[in-house]
Ligand binder design. Sequence first.
Ligand code: SF4
Length: 367
Amino acid sequence: MGLAATESAAVARPLAGWPPEALIAALQAAGLKPGQARGAVRLALRAWFAGEAQPLAQVSRQATLLLAEAFPEAPPLALVECAPSADGSCRLLWRTHDNLLVEGVIIPSSGGDRTTLCVSSQVGCGRRCAFCETGRLGLVRNLASIEIVQQFQQASAIWQAQRGARPPIRNVVFMGMGEPLDNLGAVGDAIDVLCHAFGPGLAAQRITVSTVGVAQQIPTFFQRTRANLAVSLNAPDDARRLAIMPVHRHCGLAELKRALQAALPPGRDVLVEYVLFGGVNDALQDADLLMEWLRDLPSRLNLIPANPGPDPRLHAPEPQTVRAFQKHLLDAGVRAMVRHPHGRDVGGACGQLAGSRREFEEMRHGA
Ligand code: SF4
């Protein structure tokens, strides 16, 4: 069958790692009628997401042979740890087939109206932001689309067993380990699977992909998916952004804004994330600079008091400073929400995973 892998990871790519429409087209190309091909993919994917041991059991013999030959089952991620946090979130730790660790976080909303899963797109990350534990690992490897989809499938099953009356996971944020736009092929395919009616059928608007601002990939992102884009800005001027985010060497603030303005489809906006660091970027003059950058950019703004990270100089401001910064923006008509990272007590705040385990230290030294 004529499908070529788009990700670099050396992982077998079974059924649920492919965009369903590509699977259907491949089955048709191999001789199945359109209705047979759609029916086979629907049955196989529904069984796979339901956790059935033999997802091809109900598929016709001809389709089974084609699917099994082309898409051998990959060994699933193995759950290593499920650590509940005092704030209701739950950190998940998996081991990959090649003995690497991947993290995710289940995050119930404080209002109890939704549950979000924070997923990883890479093992480690090559962007090396100064405030981020994952950045200290360097890039170990990209995750395959199936490994992203499996995070959702396994987290959903775990949450189903413990959620009680709380809603199932219907929101996904790519804010765990890795820079998603550095692995856009696999991330895009995983989003296709998660949004397809034969899979979990998530609304694309309920998926948010967070980037440090890899400008050259932003047009491809908007062509590839209808998911939301979040940009981690974190500084109001070039000098301070460069000091904490090496990606800035390749793309200044003005260029990043131009890239977003040019690529945003009509009617869409971008979520701008601004991590507040005490004494670094939290002055009212910084809020003015931030407002100036946001001008003429369709956007929403999240202010995030920093989580403790590898650099002790980068810490959260006092709560009253956060409130004053937000008020200054709101008074000027800028939509600004304060968001607090979840799972601090189990090292599970998004973007700052990969904290304490000895094995992460070993991965660091091997990177
Ligand atoms: S904040 Fe994101 S992009 Fe930066 S090093 Fe961490 S995981 Fe990578």
